[in-house]
Design a protein around this ligand. Structure first.
Ligand code: 6R9
Length: 637
């Protein structure tokens, strides 16, 4: 059996097999793991009345595969190397043996507090090792974890707890982030005023600052650990038992609880981690995401541990204490594989070269990006200044719902192309559909990105509402999983994600990707980033409205009207007159969610003259940005 894709031919062989004999292909991948009982059938599926089962009736525990399985050969290998927010505080490391012990102990804490198999545990934690430990402890005893990013508000937290009917909340006193401290316990207290299902909160002392503890409800993490031993046999789970719920925002309604199950998720996250990043036994891997997002679940916790990797886990932010923080950690820990988001790359790029030049970065072999389309300028900067021109960049396209990476280069194996996610991984059958649902064949086409065959880590349902899952993902195009993204397959058959389809604008009958216009605008040397939306236009159908963030230093030497003209010229130059923005507004920042996604819904409303009814804005990082944009809105001439 081929264990890793080493060259283009391996890729072609694996890919072909994954399409012609999918069950055989994935069974071979699954054989690498410990199963307490083998599956009866690899796959059963129905994309019409949505139902998918992988490794049916297989029995296993994912933590046995993440931890116990490595105790023979990797027990002293570092599993997690944790780097705290404050560089003066010491790092903490956990070998596979130590991590195994910590997970078993905390699993016993959960059991002691009455957590049963199948019950939901909500985690609202800083990026500390205890978060990863607690996630794995849930999986150890078959409880379903629901991690809520530490930046969400009390209301958002309460909604998620209530939707999942969680019984236990795991939290901490405070969460250090840059020069600030997030008052997690205080927010949790406020949330728990409206969460009748919560029986107990277990509170980690992270900073040691004083917090309010409610008698009979709140327990100290360290006290609880003293009451348990470190033996905990893994609960034997069915392949299709839920492993976790993770809430994600859609274009409408309240956040959905995306449900992932055990067997397929395990096989797919391990397979993709090993292949996409080409992880080799002694490599040090660092994913800068937060465990509160899917990237953290699949590529900080499960994927790397399943593969016995050494991972860096980072508590801080890219710009604290200065914009060289990432690169200092890379040099100090000799990081080989570095995986981050385009938004971070752009933020660091804007801070200037001097923060990069201080560091060697000679340990780096592979770079990755995830979460949004990467613009060409950021790609080139990452490639030249961080990768020194020799590290392949894996631009990984996937979603909370897909569980793992779907379209991506395989580092060093598939040739990369700036701004392209390139080709589907084995097992993934993407298709592009026109708006009437017809498959677009051949190359040089553009359409709605759908997937036509199941893959092991796809979402199984949305918590408590299977109809919603069917309606959101399987009803727009009958018989297909609809991603919500627009995509182009170029002349070479390479895939380029154009952004959410709801962001496509149509100007005088010409379809334009907002990302495409932004890429052009971002080429202006004074521009840090931009967001483009469509707004109703009497003559053209839709006009183009551009919100642009400029480098303050560069803005000083030219005037705002000059910059606006120059920006329009760049767009005309890069795409053509049809893409020329009708309105350009220089703004101090874009309304972003805490995960770095631009809330275009708000920008579209402002551009179309609305000043209220922005819907759910609970995920906004800095709501004051919205007000500042409203004040400066560009009116019709
Ligand atoms: C993993 C993650 C999913 C949406 C997705 C798409 C965008 C993610 C991308 C990308 C272009 C990439 N997206 N990766 N767009 N290139 N490499 O981010 O999950 O938070 O659910 O977001 O993000 O629009 O549909 P999630």
């Amino acid at each position: 059996m081929m264990s890793r894709i080493n060259n283009l031919e391996d890729y072609a062989v694996d890919y072909r097999k994954s399409v012609t004999e999918p069950e055989k292909f994935w069974a071979e991948q699954a054989e690498r793991f410990v199963w307490r009982k083998k599956w009866d059938k690899v796959l059963e599926h129905d994309f019409h009345d949505y139902n998918v089962e992988w490794f049916k009736n297989g029995k296993l525990n994912i933590t046995e595969n993440c931890l116990d399985r490595h105790l023979l050969n990797r027990s002293d290998k570092i599993a997690i190397h944790w780097v705290p927010n404050d560089p003066k505080e010491p790092d903490r490391t956990f070998t596979y043996r130590e991590l195994h012990e910590e997970v078993c102990r905390f699993a016993n804490v959960l059991k002691r507090n009455g957590v049963q198999k199948g019950e939901r545990v909500c985690l609202y934690m800083p990026m500390v090792p205890e978060l990863a430990i607690a996630v794995l402890a849930c999986a150890r005893i078959g409880a379903i974890h629901s991690v809520v990013f530490g930046g969400f508000s009390a209301n958002a937290l309460a909604d998620r707890i209530n939707d999942a009917d969680a019984r236990i909340l795991l939290t901490a006193d405070f969460g250090p982030r840059g020069s600030k401290k997030i008052a997690l316990k205080e927010v949790a207290d406020e949330a728990m005023e409206n969460t009748p299902s919560i029986r107990k909160a277990i509170v980690l002392q992270r900073t040691g600052d004083e917090v309010n503890m409610v008698e009979d409800r709140d327990l100290w993490w360290h006290d609880e650990l003293e009451r348990v031993d470190n033996e905990c046999a893994p609960e034997i789970m069915d392949s299709e038992d839920p492993l976790f719920i993770l809430y994600t925002s859609g274009s409408t309604g309240k956040p959905k609880g995306v449900v992932h199950t055990t067997g397929g998720y395990m096989v797919y996250t391990a397979y993709t981690f090993r292949n996409v990043f080409q992880y080799k036994e002694d490599d040090v891997y660092w994913c800068t995401a937060d465990i509160g997002w899917i990237t953290g679940h699949s590529y900080i916790v499960y994927g790397p541990l399943l593969e016995g990797a050494t991972s860096v886990m980072f508590e801080g932010v890219p710009t604290y204490p200065d914009a060289g923080r990432f690169w200092r950690v890379v040099d100090r820990l000799r990081v080989n594989i570095f995986y981050t988001a385009p938004t971070a790359i752009r933020a660091l790029m804007a801070q200037g070269q001097e923060y990069v030049e201080l560091y060697k970065l000679d340990s780096l072999k592979v770079l990755g990006t995830v979460g949004e389309p990467i613009n060409r300028e950021a790609w080139e900067w990452y490639h030249h200044h961080i990768g020194k021109g020799h590290c392949p960049i894996v631009d990984t396209w996937w979603q909370t719902e897909t569980g793992g990476i779907m379209i991506s280069p395989i580092a060093g194996v598939l040739p990369t192309k700036p701004t392209y996610a390139t080709l589907p991984l084995p097992g993934i059958q993407p298709v592009l559909l026109d708006n009437d649902g017809n498959e677009l064949h051949g190359n040089g086409v553009e359409g709605n990105l759908c997937i036509k065959f199941p893959w092991p880590s796809m979402l199984r349902t949305t918590w408590g509402d299977h109809e919603r899952c069917k309606n959101t993902y399987f009803s727009t195009f009958k018989g297909y999983y609809f991603t919500g993204d627009g995509c182009r397959r170029d002349e070479d058959g390479y895939y380029r994600i154009l952004g959410r389809v709801d962001d496509v604008i149509n100007v005088s009958g010409h379809r334009l990707g907002t990302a495409e216009v932004e890429n052009a605008i971002n080429m202006h040397e004074a521009v840090i980033e931009s967001a483009v939306v469509g707004y109703p236009h009497d003559i053209k159908g839709q006009g183009i409205y551009a919100y642009v963030v400029c480098d303050a230093d560069k803005l000083e030497i030219t005037t705002v009207p000059e910059i606006k003209d120059e920006i329009m010229d760049v767009v005309i130059d890069k795409i053509g007159k049809i893409a020329r923005p009708d309105k350009v507004q220089i703004v101090r920042g874009l309304p972003k969610t805490r995960s770095g996604k631009i809330m275009r819904r708000i920008l579209r409303k402002i551009a179309s003259g609305e000043t209220s009814n922005f819907g759910d804005t609970s995920t906004l990082l800095d709501p004051s940005i919205v007000d500042s944009i409203k004040i400066g809105v560009v009116k019709d001439e």
